[in-house]
Design a protein around this ligand. Structure first.
Ligand code: AMP
Length: 455
């Protein structure tokens, strides 16, 4: 374990950390500091609470020189107004002894006040994508001096449907810059973004700090298909003593709704995913927290950020495409030294994904026999007929493959860079190669592009 002294950070930062009572870097801070300081593109898969904000702020502030130039050199994009405020506060915490001009901008407030603040001159600007883009359009905010772009909570950002705004902002930024991405979960969309505009990034995954894997008992059921999985759940969840607070993860919005429809316990269950209104989501979560509903069905992205205590069981109704997401899922139970339970339901098609998780954990999930009394269904959902396994909890406006517009993806690399990237395989592609997975949405785009090129 290193200390901040090992980083050789400047005295002003050491003093600020001392004032905060912080003396040891967290794992992500340890792993991010040198590469970010060296100017490398960086992807951190880390949740709130891991120290991810200081992980990128420390090397950036270490390097940021005093300047009177009006245009900002560092751009931090975050999905919500709350996170803008929080990030600005974190910067202020680190800079009582450094002269840094920082401003947070977000929608729902007077843009003219923000224009004035920007016009005074800035070093770092923190903002939500839409407001930031609106300011860039006014020409008061000029982005051609941005040397470092940080996008925090990328998964939420894409889930909110900010893809277009991000692309618009990218078009204002200089091509030569450092990119730093932080995301709690991996999704196809995050992968696509990384692939589309980062150059050979260093990827660091930090599991939820202190995930008490040893306080979670894990089991797996081999189940032939969706409806048989639903039958199994309907059977198990009859035991209200054993299953008092159950969080069920599903891969897609369609499956979330489908499962809810099939559940015998609709009165005791709620569903949340990105197509539900904010009101509906808040209501569902409240019900689950208060114990009014015993069961919550959720997609990966949407469930994060919500802090719910005393979940006794996490069900992975399907196997997440990205193994890290399984760790995030099961980290929702077994908290505060309570014993938690994780149940993974997998079909034959999903077996390689389960094996990837086991490889990541270095642990083989014990198999439980499928109960004889549970009926096996022969009915298949459309995805089980000829479609491959896909991960999809993407932005609401991209509901199915046919919504993908070729050329509207995150692509701004020069031909030279694309060559480099042709050699470098994305994580998803590596997975696909390793597990012989069929084509996913991202691959589909690649294939269509390749076809177009041939023509
Ligand atoms: P974050 O994961 O960035 O949301 O940070 C969560 C909290 O941890 C913030 O309040 C930070 O001030 C705090 N924090 C950041 N780095 C450290 C550290 N090395 N030691 C203790 N606390 C930290």
């Amino acid at each position: 374990m290193s200390t901040f002294q090992d980083f050789k950070i400047k005295k002003q930062l050491v003093n600020a950390l001392q004032d905060l009572g912080i003396d040891k870097p967290t794992p992500i801070q340890e792993q991010a500091y040198s590469p970010i300081l060296a100017g490398r593109d960086f992807v951190g898969i880390a949740q709130t609470g891991t120290g991810k904000t200081f992980a990128y702020l420390l090397p950036i502030l270490q390097e940021l020189k005093y300047s009177e130039q009006p245009q900002p050199r560092v751009l931090i994009l975050v999905p919500t107004r709350e996170l803008v405020i929080q990030t600005v506060q974190e910067i202020e915490k680190l800079t009582p002894y450094i002269n840094v001009r920082v401003e947070g901008v977000y929608g729902g407030t007077n843009i003219n006040t923000q224009k004035k603040a920007v016009a005074k001159g800035l070093d770092i600007i923190v903002g939500t994508p839409q407001r930031l883009y609106d300011l860039a359009l006014t020409n008061v905010l000029r982005l051609h001096s941005i040397k470092k772009l940080i996008i925090d909570e990328v998964d939420i950002m894409l889930d909110f449907g900010y893809k277009t705004q991000l692309r618009n902002i990218f078009s204002y930024l200089p091509k030569k810059r450092q990119n730093i991405l932080l995301s709690a979960t991996m999704t196809t969309y995050v992968d696509e973004l990384i692939d589309g505009f980062l150059t050979n990034p260093l990827r660091v995954t930090i599991s939820i700090s202190g995930t008490p894997l040893d306080t979670i008992s894990q089991e797996a059921y081999a189940v032939p298909n969706f409806y048989t999985k639903a039958n199994l759940l309907n059977h198990l969840l009859q035991d209200t003593e054993k299953y008092q607070k159950v969080l069920i993860f599903v891969r897609s919005r369609a499956n979330a709704d489908r499962l809810y429809e099939t559940l015998d316990f609709q009165q005791e269950a709620s569903v949340i995913h990105s197509n539900k209104t904010q009101n509906h989501r808040s209501h569902s979560i409240e019900n689950f927290v208060d114990g009014r509903s015993r069961i919550l069905i959720a997609t990966d992205v949407i469930s994060r950020g919500i802090d719910i205590d005393k979940i006794d069981t996490v069900v992975s109704f399907d196997v997440p495409f990205y193994p890290e997401n399984y760790i995030h899922r099961i980290g929702r139970t077994g908290r505060a030294k309570q014993q938690g339970r994780s149940m993974l339901l997998f079909t034959e098609k999903e077996r390689p994904l389960k094996e990837a998780i086991e490889a990541l954990m270095n642990y083989q999930i014990p198999l439980t026999d499928f109960p004889e009394e549970v009926k096996k269904s022969s009915q298949l959902i459309p995805e089980e007929t000829d479609k491959p396994v896909v991960q999809e909890d993407g932005p609401s406006h991209m509901v199915n493959d046919s919504d993908i517009v070729i050329g509207a993806s995150f692509h701004e690399k020069s031909a030279k860079n694309s060559k480099v990237n042709a050699k470098r395989k994305s994580y998803a592609d590596q997975m696909k190669e390793k597990f012989k997975k069929p084509i996913r949405r991202g691959d589909k785009i690649q294939n269509l592009r390749a076809k177009r090129k041939k023509k």
